[in-house]
Each structure stands twice: as structure tokens, then as C-alpha cells.
Ligand binder design. Structure first.
Ligand code: GMT
Length: 375
């Protein structure tokens, strides 16, 4: 059994979820897990005797113009590596976490192996600030092993960073014990959703790249043909504009803004179709969460989305920004109960086969073993 440190942004979307769920599954297999982060990861909602949390405290002395998160993290990582005798430090994000891990390793006298998982956002950042390229490349190349959450992200990383570093694809997963379809008829009633109405859902952090407005425009076309409601779950920078758009389109009685929600599987269990029309998405963990609850998805032909949605089988892939096409697919699916039922079944099956948590866990464990066997 290994002693594994994990660093992630504890409250940030999919990457934080994957890092925490992975830590929990590894702990259940008997590994000793040490989270090194600024907060207890939000999914760490139960006591595990072999999971420890080491808090990174960022000082805010007046002399520092900016609180030194990266240095405080590297310092705490070094402390934990030495004291807990870590074998592996698995960090999520090359920047800044891999860089901090490399610095921490240099500070201590232990041959801890650094595993870096790329979630896409580092590469997105490069599109905005190319001056960080060398830094991200350094973090990746100096890691003992690098993984990415989709093949598309591997290609993108190679293209943008001009690196030949071996990057393994290990897909994301969901905890099937939490994500399954529940009988939630009373919740439908609570939201005043009629028996004949179909439910479309979108869940995100409402960043511009998620294109929530496309969800609303698509829904406005669908609801003209099929009695339906739209659940918008989450909050973020585009939230106010989305509310305004719903008002302008006179859809207030059909679109429900639910804000941030914890028990997403309950909401997915009353949904028929999920939309993710993003312009950047290395994987789209929310798609997997939906599919596990038997909800087929429509997504864009962007990043890792086509690796998650099997076009015509578990949902549909549309062109970026093409709301007519998305509405066409949505009405085709929602208007035919047989098609919907088949797609729903297939979506669940794919989660159990291609993205099963046991399979993904084995892939990470095999990678750890391989790295620990080196020199
Ligand atoms: O997409 C976000 O805004 C959050 C971000 C994160 O760091 O959690 O998501 C990234 O990692 C997720 C987990 O691997 C992926 O499912 C998301 O597709 C990815 N986001 C982007 O690539 C934009």
C-alpha cells in the first residue's frame, strides 16, 4: 500500500471532485491518503481513518502585495512529504500545483514521485496568457508521470506546449453509489413540473466558455414544439445575463434557476436531457454524472465531449453555437419515448463499461506502481 499526497483546488468543479473521489476510493483500497490543500475538499463528507487533511495557510503580511499561495503550498507539501514519508504526490493542474510539487521535492530529501493530472484549464489559460507557456511546460516535463482526462487534451497539450512528454489518458469517473437514477416524482411536483412535460437540464459554473445562453436559445426552440421545462443549475459570471435573456424571451414560467446545488443526482433523476454547449471542455464531468443517472446528453464537437457522448447512441454531438441543430436533436429525442428510453439505457451502460470507477481506479493504481518501480 502506498502513501499518497493529493493536491487540488478543493472547491473547484470537476477537478476538485475527481481528486477527492479518487482519494476516497484509494483510501477504501487501503492506501494512506494525505490531502494538502487550502480547505477540506467539499466532497470529503465522511470520516475515513486513513485520509488526512493538511491545511495550507496563506499568510497575508502587509509586505506581500499578493498572498503567496504557491510558496505556502510548496512549503506545506515539503513538510508533509518528509513527515508522512509520502511515496507519491498526485497533483491536479500543472500550474501551479506541479510547479509547487517540484519545488517541494527539491526542498526535501525524499524521492517522492510526482504525478500530474491535466484537466484542461492550464491549456485554456495559455490561450489567454502565452507568457506562462514555459512554466506549464516545465511543470509537465519535470513530473514523473502525466495524465490527461481525454485524448483531445493530450493532443491539445502537445500542440500548444510543443512537448513530447508521454501523457497517459485516464478518463474521469463518477461514484456510482451516488450517481444513479432515483424515483423522485415528488421533486417534480415540488417544481410544478406536469406529468406530460419533459425536463431539460444544464449544470455549470456559468463561465462564458459554458455558453449557457445557447442552452436558453435551444430551449426556446424546443419548448415551442414539446411541453417542457428547463432547469439551470449553478452560478457564475454569466448568471445575470442569463436571467435577463430568459426575461427577454418571456420564458420565466418555463425556466427554473436553481443556483448552486449539492445533490445534483436528485435533479438529474427528474431530467430527460442534458445540454452542454461549451466552447472549451476537456472532458465534461457533468455529462458523465448525467449519463450515470440515465440522462442522455447533447454537447458540442469540442475538446473531450465527443469522447464522452457517443453520437446517436447516448446523445448527440452538435456544432458549436448551432442552436437550431441542438434543438432539432433535442426534439427528435424528447418527442419519441422509445428513442429516449434506449438512449437512457445506453448512457447508463457506457458509464458502467467505459468509465466505471473500478476500472479508472485500477488504471491510476497501475500507474502509481509503474512509477514507483522506476529506478
Ligand atoms: O470547467 C471548469 O470551469 C472547471 C474545470 C475544473 O478545473 O474542474 O473543469 C475542467 O476539469 C474537469 C474535470 O476533469 C473537466 O470535466 C472539464 O471539462 C474541464 N474544463 C475545461 O476544460 C474548460
Amino acid at each position: 500500500m502506498a502513501k499518497i499526497g493529493i493536491t487540488c483546488y478543493p472547491t473547484v468543479g470537476g477537478s476538485g471532485v475527481i481528486a477527492t473521489e479518487l482519494g476516497k476510493l484509494l483510501a477504501e483500497k487501503g492506501h494512506e491518503i494525505h490531502f494538502v490543500a487550502t480547505q477540506v475538499p467539499f466532497r470529503l463528507n465522511k470520516v475515513y481513518p486513513n485520509i488526512y487533511y493538511h491545511e495550507v495557510e496563506v499568510s497575508n503580511y502587509p509586505v506581500f502585495q499578493h498572498p503567496p499561495y504557491d510558496l505556502a503550498l510548496a512549503n506545506k507539501m515539503a513538510e508533509v512529504i518528509n513527515r508522512e514519508e509520502l511515496d507519491i504526490l498526485h497533483v491536479h493542474y500543472a500550474m501551479p500545483h506541479a510547479i509547487c510539487a517540484i519545488l517541494a521535492k527539491q526542498m526535501c530529501n525524499r524521492d517522492v514521485k510526482i504525478i500530474t493530472t491535466l484537466h484542461g484549464t492550464d491549456i485554456t489559460v495559455l490561450g489567454i496568457d502565452s507568457s506562462l507557456k514555459q512554466m506549464i511546460k516545465f511543470g509537465i516535463e519535470e513530473s514523473d508521470q502525466v495524465t490527461a482526462v481525454s485524448s483531445s487534451l493530450v493532443d491539445q497539450t502537445r500542440d500548444m506546449l510543443d512537448t513530447t512528454k508521454e501523457i497517459d489518458v485516464i478518463y474521469n469517473f463518477v461514484d456510482e453509489r451516488e450517481y444513479f437514477r432515483k424515483d423522485n416524482r415528488s421533486l417534480r411536483e415540488d417544481y410544478c413540473i406536469n406529468e406530460e412535460e419533459k425536463v431539460m437540464v444544464h449544470i455549470s459554473n456559468f463561465r462564458k466558455v459554458k455558453r449557457v445562453q445557447d442552452v436558453i436559445y435551444t430551449f426556446s426552440l424546443v419548448e415551442k414544439q414539446i411541453p417542457s421545462k428547463l432547469l439551470l443549475v449553478g452560478d457564475g459570471p454569466e448568471y445575470s445575463d442569463c436571467r435577463q435573456l430568459v426575461q427577454d424571451l418571456e420564458l420565466e414560467d418555463r425556466v427554473l434557476f436553481l443556483g448552486k446545488q449539492e445533490n445534483v443526482s436528485d435533479l438529474l433523476s427528474i431530467s430527460d436531457l442534458k445540454l452542454l454547449p461549451s466552447e472549451k471542455e476537456s472532458f465534461g464531468l457533468v455529462l458523465l454524472e448525467a449519463m450515470a443517472c440515465g440522462v442522455p446528453c447533447i454537447g458540442t464537437n469540442i475538446g473531450g465531449i465527443p469522447e464522452v457522448i457517443d453520437h446517436g447512441e447516448t446523445g448527440y454531438i452538435a456544432e458549436l453555437g448551432n442552436v437550431e441543430q441542438m434543438a432539432y436533436y433535442a426534439t427528435r429525442m424528447l418527442g419519441d419515448d422509445t428513442v429516449m428510453h434506449e438512449m437512457s439505457q445506453k448512457a447508463r451502460a457506457v458509464v458502467q463499461e467505459k468509465f466505471a470507477s473500478t476500472t479508472i481506479l485500477e488504471q491510476y493504481e497501475a500507474l502509481y506502481e509503474q512509477v514507483l518501480e522506476r529506478d
